[in-house]
Design a binder for this molecule. Structure first.
Ligand SMILES: Cc1cc2nc3c(=O)[nH]c(=O)nc-3n(C[C@H](O)[C@H](O)[C@H](O)COP(=O)(O)O)c2cc1C
Ligand code: SF4
Ligand code: SF4
Length: 253
């Protein structure tokens, strides 16, 4: 029995969740979404396939969509997901199920774990409690997956597809006076949407709103909004994850 877990992560919550879940399940192959999402075709013949990702606006991230849209999956495979989110997964499971059905598959089990938020909301006490509960929440995922628990996530409601950058209330803004052209943002961007031009970072329009550039810039030169209170939230990354871990996702295969 072969199990493959595809994961996407900007600040490490989903990366650590995927790694720890894979270890507990045993015999899993781990594939970073950032390493395959730009391929034209992704063939997967696994008996079980998992997707681990952060929730963005009650949805799964655009890079996960880019990946699944190009996947050829074993129609008999058991498909599960494990979302990481601060408060709520919204309609991520239903949307994922809709997308998988266009690929001749469906979502059988949607699981989740509350983690520190890396978006606008920043609350240290809540974040600490969520982090402390991470391993217990992952442990609780193991039996349902191994026993192939299945639910129906299909819905008659047509859920909107998320285009790149939607809903566009985050766009990285480079404070050029602080940028030293180090290229960290280029290395962590899964969309390859940042370039160094004349020694300064330049962010394009192909943004998936993951906020990796915002959180990992060593000079705090990327703002996520022109609004001071939002732009100045503190940087976050999972305590067990490094910048190199995030960058390595792009080059893992
Ligand atoms: C653009 C954006 C939108 C988000 N939307 C939600 C949301 O709708 N619900 C929620 O609970 N958390 C939301 N979050 C928080 C992340 O899902 C959460 O912090 C996640 O664990 C980050 O995972 P990562 O460290 O693997 O990147 C959002 C984060 C970002 C960057
Ligand atoms: S990581 Fe920050 S300092 Fe480095 S190039 Fe990007 S914006 Fe500039
Ligand atoms: S530009 Fe920044 S927020 Fe947008 S996809 Fe790249 S790293 Fe993520």
């Amino acid at each position: 029995m072969k199990t493959t877990i595809y994961y996407f992560s900007a600040t490490g919550n989903s990366l650590t969740t995927a790694e720890r879940l894979a270890e507990k399940l045993g015999g899993c192959e781990l594939v970073p979404v950032a390493s395959v999402m730009h391929q034209s075709k992704i063939i997967d013949d696994s008996d079980a396939v998992g997707f681990v990702f952060p929730v963005y606006y009650g949805n799964f991230p655009y890079p996960v969509r880019m990946t699944i849209e190009k996947m050829v999956l074993n129609p008999e495979a058991y498909v599960f997901s494990a979302a990481t989110y601060r408060g709520h997964a919204g309609k991520a499971a239903q949307r994922l199920d809709q997308l998988l059905r266009t690929r001749g598959q469906k979502l059988s089990l949607s699981l989740g774990v509350s983690m520190p938020g890396n978006s606008f909301i920043n609350a240290p006490e809540v974040d600490a409690a969520h982090l402390a509960n991470q391993d217990a929440a992952i442990e609780a995922m193991v039996q349902p997956i191994l026993s192939r628990e299945a639910h129906n996530y299909s819905t008659d409601e047509i859920l909107p597809v998320t285009p790149v950058g939607y809903p566009n209330n985050f766009r990285g803004i480079v404070a050029e006076e602080s940028c030293v052209g180090c290229g960290v943002c280029v290395g962590v961007c899964p969309m390859n949407n940042i370039a160094i031009v004349d020694g300064k970072a330049k962010i394009g329009d192909d943004c998936s709103t993951c906020l990796a550039c915002f959180h990992w810039c060593p000079k705090e030169a990327i703002w996520m909004s022109k609004q001071e209170n939002i732009a100045r939230r503190s940087k976050y990354h999972h305590p067990d994850v490094t910048m190199a871990d995030i960058m390595a996702q792009k080059n893992a295969l």
